[in-house]
Design a protein around this ligand. Structure first.
Ligand code: HEM
Length: 160
């Protein structure tokens, strides 16, 4: 059971990273509606990942690194920054979503933002949050995938 949960955890976080890239591409092209949809999808997938990951931890499924000793330092640096960034990603994503929802409520709909000063201000704050949220989120998704691949070749299951 735990290995399947682990696989789904990796699948959801990778899909969440892909949805994030698509969502950001949409806003760069000015498509607010699709940006919103993909960012909500990315957030749901990231939440699902968190649930699966915590379930897996609860089941005591853990893999130890048993690969080449000269790569040990690099692997742990990756693992520690991954965990720290993942913890940071949660409040950053919540902040970005919060300011987007405040802006949307103030404007009524996505096409009225420019004509409502509170909505403009809320989305300016949204933009400031996303400057950190997007790179941190991408880092977590990419390093998570790398760690999964490394442990696929050099991981040993430790049963608690
Ligand atoms: C955590 C989820 C989200 C992230 C990471 C995110 C990311 C971004 C990014 C990178 C930009 C472009 C910033 C720039 O131009 O420099 C942006 C703009 C924008 N986002 Fe989001 N977004 C998220 C959720 C949402 C949601 C749910 C909505 C819909 C309510 C939304 C609506 C907008 C709008 C309208 C803009 C344009 C703001 C402007 O140009 O003033 N975003 N977002």
């Amino acid at each position: 059971m735990a290995p399947i949960i682990n696989q789904w955890a990796v699948i959801t976080i990778v899909l969440s990273g892909i949805a994030l890239v698509i969502g950001v591409t949409f806003i760069r092209r000015g498509n607010r509606e699709m940006h919103m949809r993909f960012m909500l999808l990315a957030s749901v997938l990231a939440t699902l990942f968190l649930v699966l990951y915590l379930t897996r931890l609860g089941l005591g499924y853990e893999k130890k690194y048993v690969g080449p000793a000269e790569w040990r330092g690099a692997y742990f640096a990756l693992l520690i920054t991954h965990i720290l960034m993942a913890a940071l990603n949660l409040p950053l994503a919540v902040g970005a979503l919060y300011w987007a929802s405040r802006g949307l409520r103030a404007a009524g709909n996505l096409s009225r933002i420019e004509s409502v000063p509170q909505a403009r201000a809320a989305f300016a704050t949204h933009r400031r949050w996303t400057r950190w949220t997007v790179p941190v989120w991408l880092y977590v998704a990419v390093t998570g995938w790398i760690i999964y691949l490394v442990l696929g070749s050099y991981g040993q299951l430790s049963v608690r």
